[in-house]
Ligand binder design. Sequence first.
Ligand code: 9Z3
Length: 322
Amino acid sequence: MDVSNGFEFFEETTNAEVESFFDSSPPLKDGDEIRRRVEDFVGKRCSPAVNERNNKVVCVTSGGTTVPLEQRCVRYIDNFSSGYRGAASTEYFLKAGYSVIFLYRRGTYQPYCRDLPDDPLLECFDVLDGSTVTVHPAHTEKVRTAISEHRAAIRGALLKLPFTTIFEYLQLLRLVALSMRCLGSRALFYLAAAVSDFYVPWESMAEHKIQSGLGPLDMRLNQAPKMLSVLRKDWAPAAFCISFKLETDTMILLKKAGSALKKYKMHMVVANELLTRKDEVIVVTESGNFVVQRDKTRPGADVESPLIELIVDRHSSYIDSV
Ligand code: 9Z3
C-alpha cells in the first residue's frame, strides 16, 4: 500500500488538488459539534490572559487511516499502526505540561490504558456474591492509575477526537490546525498517524458492496494529496511540526526522512523501522541526527519517554527563537 519509494517522483500537491479532496470528501458527522469543542479547548489557551509561554498545545495523531473501497463500506485498505506511540507520547506531553488534542484511530491504544490486558473488562474485574463488582488484585494498581490519571487529564488538558477513514482524518487535522493558528509557535504537531498514500475519490467509489465472481478486480487508486506541506504553509505556519517516517528497509530510511524534512519543511522527522520502532528512533533535523533509544536496563521503559523529553526541549528553544 505504501509505495514510499515512489513518492518523490510525484509533483508537489497543488491547491486545486487539496480543494478538490476536501470538496469531494463526505462531510464529518457531527462536524459542527467537533468544531465547537476544538475551538473551546484551544480558545482557552489562546487568550492573552493566561501565562503565555507555558500554555503549549500539541496535536498528537495516532493510528492508521483507512481507505474505503465502497461508499457503504464493507471493504477497506488499512495502514499499519497500533497507536501505542501516540498514546504513550500523549501521556508524556501531558506530564510535561502540554494540553493535548489526541487525534486517534477508533479502536487503537489509548493514553493510560496501554498496560491493561487485551480484554480489560473480563480480565481486570470480578463479580463477588453474584452482585458486587471488584477489581482483581493482580490488576488493582494498573486500573487505579489508568482511571485516576486519565480522569485528571480529560478534566482539563486532553481532548480526544476519533477517526477511521482518511477523509475523516484529514478534515479533522485541518479543523484542528486552523484552530491552533492563534497559538503561534506554542502549537506543536506530532504526526505519528500512519496516513494512506493512495485513496479512492469518493465520487468515483462504488456505492454498494463490490460483487465477487466477476474475475480479477481492477481498481485505480489516486495519490493522496500531501497535506504536510499545506499544514506548514497555510494551516499553521508558525507551529513546530514533527512528522514520522516509517520504512521496513533500513538502507533507505534516513534518506527518505531527510527528503521529507526538506520537502515538507518539517522541524523534525522521526525515522523508525518497523521491527525496531519500540527500541530506537532517529530524530532527523537540519542541525543533525539524534539517536533516541529505550533504556533497556529499566524494565518497562519506553522510547517515547526520552523522545518527548528531546522534543519538549527543542520546542521550547523554538518558542524562544521566534
Ligand atoms: C510512524 O512511523 C509511527 O512511529 C508508527 C508507530 C506508526 C510506526 P505504533 O502505532 O507504531 O506504535 O504501532 N508513523 C508514521 C507512519 C507513516 O505512514 N508515515 C508516512 C511515511 O512514512 C508519512 S505521513 O511516508
